[in-house]
Design a protein around this ligand. Sequence first.
Ligand code: TRP
Length: 438
Amino acid sequence: MTETNRAAWGSKLGIMLASAGSAVGLGNLWRFPFCTAQNGGGSFLIIYLICSFTIGAALVFTEAALGMKVKSEPSDAFGWIHPRLKFIGGLCILTSAIILPYYNVVGGWILAYIFKSFSITSIKNFGEAFTDFSSSAFEPLLFFYAYMIGTAIIVYMGIQKGIEKFCKIMMPVLFVLLIVLMIRVLMLDRALEGVKFFFLPDISKLNGKTMLDAMGQVFFSVSVGMGVYITYGSYVKDNTESVSRIMWPVVVLDVLISLLAGLTIFPAVFSFNIPINAGPALIFITLPKIFASLPFGQFFGLIFFIILLGAAATSSISLMEVPVAFLCDRMKFSRPKAVVLFTVFCLITGTFTSLSFGKLGEFKIAGKILFDQFDFLASNILLPLGGFLTCIAVGWILGSGKLVVFNNSRLQKSFEFCIKWIAPIAILLILLKGIELI
Ligand code: TRP
């Protein structure tokens, strides 16, 4: 399993920023705002925060510790716990094969909107413009292919020269730009209304669906349940640093960026009196409309879509690295071959998800178009399932005491308790409730 010539991160900061890059993405800037809006604001936020710092953090640590120990891709890592558990690695690959084809379609939209932001002031009806764009066949596909190939090139360039280098540049830029944008938006009239909606809980909105959505959001946002940190952890050369020290900042940054996104998007929406529950189109319709009416609107629109592109790309590469590592470690493919194979697969599947907004809109599975069905299946079912199996594998079969993530023994004990009891029970309850079995 342990190969001496295995790729490795160049520095501790490298793995930290690459992991934070995986976590911070469209989940924070695109999915979090519309999920929060659809689930009643503040009350959703509370569950999201609680889940992030308990189940979310515990799973990030577990995955990273497993990867650092076994130094191989997820199915080998689970196989090390017990040969029968290798299938969990297969589940990880399946999940990535479902997320990438719709995640990268949104990546393509963002790329297109970077170009559109130059002519933002000439657009009359933003809703129509977005529907026309996303339901047409040619344009979104073209940008999706471009985005997908861009992602593939970074993954192709490898761990240190590709992923690490890109994340080291992108992450600080993203953070600074987001703060600039937030300050601008908070200066708008009635911005406070949005802040209130975001923070004030409405307990009557809490139900099984809200909880499932919040947990799904945490899994998606912090990138757990799919073996990303097992894979990234496997490229850590020296194991002297405690896992929690490297991974704490990832969870904190992920939550912080979601908060910044909420503090940018809700005030903007409220100050323009726009209905809040716009769904996935929120950032493509509502926000460009708002930017267009501001002085220097093109500039702020451009900044916004650059932030989105950077965040999305650092996540897409992590989604792709999992199957690529599998093909290289297990199937002994060369890296270029693995990248090309998986890219071709995503280009084909993504074509269908992209077309589900237009030509294939009639084709629905259980009442949802392909794109929505993939998102639901991945976030609300497969990721929690992957997380649940990880808890059982580590907490019960391996024994959580075998993975040391904290130097401090009290924190280590609470981590073990969380991974053995709290996380699996909570995930199971919420999953069952969400699919209406209890
Ligand atoms: N966390 C990313 C986001 O917020 C998406 C993502 C990247 C992801 N890698 C993942 C989600 C692995 C689940 C599993 O946009």
